[in-house]
Design a protein around this ligand. Structure first.
Ligand code: ADP
Ligand code: MG
Length: 247
């Protein structure tokens, strides 16, 4: 058995009468893309928030790199190497692409992560940022104002910014959202290459991307995982077809 990088054990989150997550147990293994799919309101974003630390589960726990992180802040989890991208972009639109990447490398973005990171010289920061931009296919746009990027390029930049912190695992909430087919093909290739470096827990509505990328997928319906398996296993699962895929 391969040791998991990231796991949840029976996490439950209630909002009043709504049980948004109901005893969710899943794991993310080295080298894989594990996709979470499910209809709107299934609890996907609530699940991600508990994994990243924005929400505390009512029950259950979250483990990262063999450590129980359930009580740790978002910042602390990020410092441990939990990289994430957001459903709603958190980029500074008036800054250049490179500035956004440098801020990411500094760890200053989204809550002063840099405080506990070793202090880096500017040259190091820029080199790290440029390297991430190159990998994301954005090196030529380094000096472009972020607002001028296409939607797809901004999504690539989101991943590049996360990459500058050299994460041990990625958590992504709908990175393909609102993308055209060209942009999503490019991002699909980028994520496919990225998994060898750090496994990816991927919440995504774009089924073409999910079927192309996922090593395993879990189906979340009304806060519960009703099935986990390979793409083939999930497509053949009659319960999944009834509840979600409608095939
Ligand atoms: P998904 O991301 O799969 O669309 P969410 O995790 O956003 O689903 O939501 C799951 C359920 O929890 C929904 O019924 C939603 O209305 C509810 N919910 C999510 N966040 C809150 C909140 N902060 N307060 C109250 N209800 C919430
Ligand atoms: Mg959501």
């Amino acid at each position: 058995m391969t040791e998991s990088v990231l796991s949840t054990f029976g996490i439950t989150k209630r909002f009043g009468a709504v049980t948004a997550c109901d005893g969710v147990t899943l794991d993310l293994r080295p080298g894989e893309i594990h996709a979470i799919i499910g209809p709107n309101g299934a609890g996907k974003s609530t699940l991600i928030a508990q994994i990243c630390g924005g929400l505390r589960p009512d029950e259950g726990r979250v483990s990262f790199l063999g450590q129980d992180v359930t009580a740790l802040s978002t910042r602390k989890r990020a410092q441990m190497g939990l990289g994430r991208t957001f459903q709603i972009s958190a980029l500074a639109m008036e800054d250049t692409v490179l500035q956004n990447a440098v801020l990411g490398a500094l760890g200053a973005r989204g809550g002063a992560l840099g405080l506990l990171r070793p202090v880096l010289g500017d040259a190091d920061l820029r080199a790290r940022a440029l390297h991430a931009l190159e990998r994301a296919g954005l090196a030529d746009q380094a000096r472009t104002r972020t607002a001028e990027l296409s939607h797809g390029q901004r999504r690539q930049l989101e991943v590049a910014v996360a990459l500058t912190l050299e994460p041990r695992a990625f958590v992504m909430d709908e990175p393909m959202a609102g993308m055209g087919s060209e942009g999503s093909a490019q991002l699909t290739q980028f994520l496919s290459d990225l998994r060898a470096e750090a496994p990816i827990l991927l919440v995504e509505h774009d089924m073409d991307a999910v079927f192309a990328l996922a090593d395993r997928l879990s189906v979340l319906v009304y806060g519960k995982i009703i099935a986990t398996g390979t793409v083939d296993e999930i497509r053949r699962n009659p319960e999944v077809q009834t509840a979600y895929l409608g095939e």
